[in-house]
Design a protein around this ligand. Structure first.
Ligand SMILES: [Zn+2]
Length: 284
């Protein structure tokens, strides 16, 4: 591979830890960072899985490592969204699931790198879930996503995770923060008007809409976490998470979380952003 990407000691250590005592991760999610970093780390993880050296992986010297470096290892298969589509093709995901049962060619294991899962619909993620639940012993999966919030909870519960820090794509502006603060209050208001007023700035502004949805997903995630005795991750919005957690049942919080995640996943397929706030308001 021509490009070189450097990772922190902490990230490399997390990856190494997955291989301690001859173990091998069967499913791994790499999230955060940049797309380039995620892709490079996924390739490194795949190389570690196919490397034939029992003591030290990747050894960098075996035939498998060499083929992995050249990008020609037959047991490292990358699945991604076709260029001409907004999301993964369901047929591609089905084909991968079927192929996953075929034994590897060269190595003891085969690896599927599933690139940028935030572009996979919920329906396709559910197809993927089937194989993650009962994977063949010789098959491993490495998923990348710019945020773990775009991965459905059932898939998330099946994977080890390596976080590359705050995603470069999810830096939010003050305007998005303002909308999220207003929306956090408005969802508990009996007046529809409050929700419409809070979300109106999103209309016709895709960048802002995406920022707001990502942030609100994180706030709801933290509210769910607090409700279940866990802690919060997004300190900037601790006030909002705490208020939502106190004034809603766990079921209501999970319902809202699902609704917002669903809308977030559909953003790329939604050519008409002016309807986003209306859809959000109607379903929350
Ligand atoms: Zn090797």
């Amino acid at each position: 591979m021509s490009e070189s990407v450097n990772f922190s000691e902490k990230v490399l250590e997390s990856l190494d830890n997955l291989f301690v005592d001859g173990r091998c991760p069967h499913a791994l999610l790499i999230d955060g960072g940049s797309e380039l970093q995620r892709a490079a780390l996924a390739r490194l993880g795949a190389k570690m899985i196919v490397c034939s050296n029992q003591e030290r992986t990747p050894c960098g010297a075996c035939e498998s490592c060499r083929k992995a470096d050249e990008g020609i290892h037959p047991d490292i298969i990358t699945v991604a969204k076709p260029d001409d589509r907004k999301s993964f093709a369901k047929a591609d995901v089905k084909k991968m699931v079927a192929d996953a049962y075929l034994t590897p060619n060269d190595s003891d294991k085969k690896v599927y790198i599933i690139s940028e899962v935030q572009q996979m619909t919920e329906e396709s993620q559910n197809l993927l879930l089937k194989i993650l639940e009962e994977p063949p012993t010789y098959t491993a999966f490495i998923l990348t996503s710019y945020t773990a919030n775009a991965v459905i909870g059932t898939v998330l519960s099946r994977v080890s995770r390596i976080r590359l820090g705050k995603s470069e794509d999810t830096v939010y502006g003050e305007k998005a923060a303002e909308v999220v603060r207003a929306l956090s209050v408005a969802v508990n208001s009996p007046y529809e008007y409050e929700k419409i007023k809070a979300t109106a700035p999103m209309d016709g502004n895709k960048k802002l809409a995406v920022e707001v949805l990502e942030l609100f997903i994180a706030v709801l995630r933290d509210a769910v976490s607090l409700k279940s005795g866990g802690k919060i991750l997004l300190n900037d919005f601790s006030e909002q998470s705490e208020a939502l957690s106190q004034s809603n049942t766990l079921k209501r919080l999970l319902d809202m979380y699902d609704v917002v995640c669903g809308i977030y996943r559909s953003v790329d397929n939604n050519p008409n952003y002016t309807l986003l706030s209306a859809v959000l308001c109607a379903r929350l």
